[in-house]
Design a binder for this molecule. Structure first.
Ligand SMILES: [Fe+2]
Ligand SMILES: [Fe+2]
Length: 391
């Protein structure tokens, strides 16, 4: 056990808790308790242009290039489920101008439709169908196109049937920030909690003290305010993790890493509150509220207590650390592509990098707890993984 070697960590923990108490508000009347997230849906109309280049085949291999303009009527939906991905589908008219080498120039008029498969990674697909008119030969064909989407990029196969023109190519979509059919219609901010979520003594997640921002995705101030609150709650969460690690006799390095993560979350909360002020909130309104109870019951008096504590450390570090903070990192990194100002981008990049580190820490804690606790902990983690896969 490391009981005697935790003195420095305990002093560091006390200093962090005191600093958080000074930096963040503690007024209970500032609380807004959220309810379950309703399913949210948003319809948007997005004009976009795709510039593409590739090679045509069928006969001699030649270059192919073109430009496509389209309007997409998109419905984006976020189901009533924590950390569920955004679903997105839509379609609309399209006009294209495509060269197949120097001698073949085709105008395409028709429609296109697409669906997003993974909004965090920006993966989706788009289909096109229309009429193709060969400008030099005055002949008519049928156009089909199949495109895979990865962020702003499209990899696609286009065919002009009856004209015997076929091409494989890659395209770039403009405008870049709103990535239609790759997902990420900027509608949701609550997929991942930015920071490690807070749990009570029984392991039940404590609802955030600020209602999730779901009605107006363009309300930047409210979004930053909600993020500041979640980051502030993550300070308490990591202080609790450090307590639990010390109680379970974890290596000093892991305790230190949890306290460093708590310090990161202090900075994240301050940065998000600063961005909320940039977006128009007063200093008092932007200031997040520190949870009242920064400790959690972590007294271990026997082997059964230790086993339960290790199971909780392992399973929560997997769900709240590795999965949630990993998703929060990906979301923050993705948010930098949505046309924020430079300060907001710097804030998100920093948060993304540090949340990634917290995700790795979650994996390290889960690994140590499984090693220290043996089969009962490993069985609990296996059950959790099975449940997550099934959900
Ligand atoms: Fe974090
Ligand atoms: Fe954070």
């Amino acid at each position: 056990m490391h009981g005697d070697s935790y003195g420095l960590q305990r002093r560091r923990r006390a200093a962090l808790a005191a600093a958080a108490g000074v930096l963040f508000a503690t007024r209970a009347e500032a609380l807004l308790i959220d309810g379950p997230l309703p399913e949210r849906s948003r319809d948007v109309t997005v004009p976009s242009v795709v510039v593409f280049i590739g090679g045509s085949f069928g006969g001699a291999i030649r270059y192919s290039a073109g430009i496509s303009g389209q309007v997409s009527f998109v419905t984006a939906t976020k189901p009533d489920k924590w950390c569920s991905p955004e679903q997105q589908m839509g379609g609309g008219p399209q006009l294209q101008l495509v060269w197949f080498g120097d001698r073949d120039l085709v105008v395409v008029g028709g429609g296109q439709a697409g669906v997003a498969a993974d909004d965090l990674l920006g993966i989706g697909a788009r289909l096109e169908v229309g009429a193709a008119w060969h400008l030099f030969e005055s002949s008519l064909g049928v156009h089909t196109g199949v495109h895979g989407i990865l962020g702003p990029l499209e990899l696609g196969l286009r065919d002009e049937w009856r004209l015997d023109l076929h091409a494989l190519g890659v395209g770039v979509t403009f405008p870049l920030p709103e990535n239609v059919y790759g997902g990420r219609i900027d509608m949701q901010t609550t997929c991942a909690i930015p920071g490690r979520p807070l749990r009570d003594a029984a392991g039940v997640r404590v609802p955030s003290r600020v209602a999730p921002v779901e009605t107006d995705p363009n309300d930047r101030a409210a979004r930053w305010r909600a993020d500041a609150q979640a980051e502030c709650e993550a300070v308490a969460s990591f202080l609790q993790v450090a307590d639990a690690l010390m109680a379970a006799g974890a290596p000093v390095e892991l305790v230190n890493a949890a306290l460093s993560a708590a310090a990161d979350e202090v900075r994240h909360a301050l940065l998000c509150a600063a961005r909320a002020r940039d977006a128009g909130l007063s200093a008092a309104d932007a200031r997040p509220v520190l949870p009242d109870d920064l400790t959690r019951a972590a007294r271990i008096t026997g082997p059964a207590d230790r086993e339960a504590a290790l199971i909780r450390l392992a399973t929560e570090s997997l769900s709240d650390g590795l999965l949630n903070e990993g998703a929060a990192a990906a979301q923050a990194a993705g948010d930098t592509r949505r046309g924020h100002d430079a300060r907001a981008d710097r804030t998100l990049r920093r948060i993304a990098a540090e949340e990634r580190r917290h995700a790795h820490l979650g994996a390290a804690i889960a690994g140590w707890a499984a090693h220290a606790g043996g089969d009962p902990v490993r069985d609990a983690v296996s059950d959790q993984v099975r449940a997550l896969r099934a959900s």
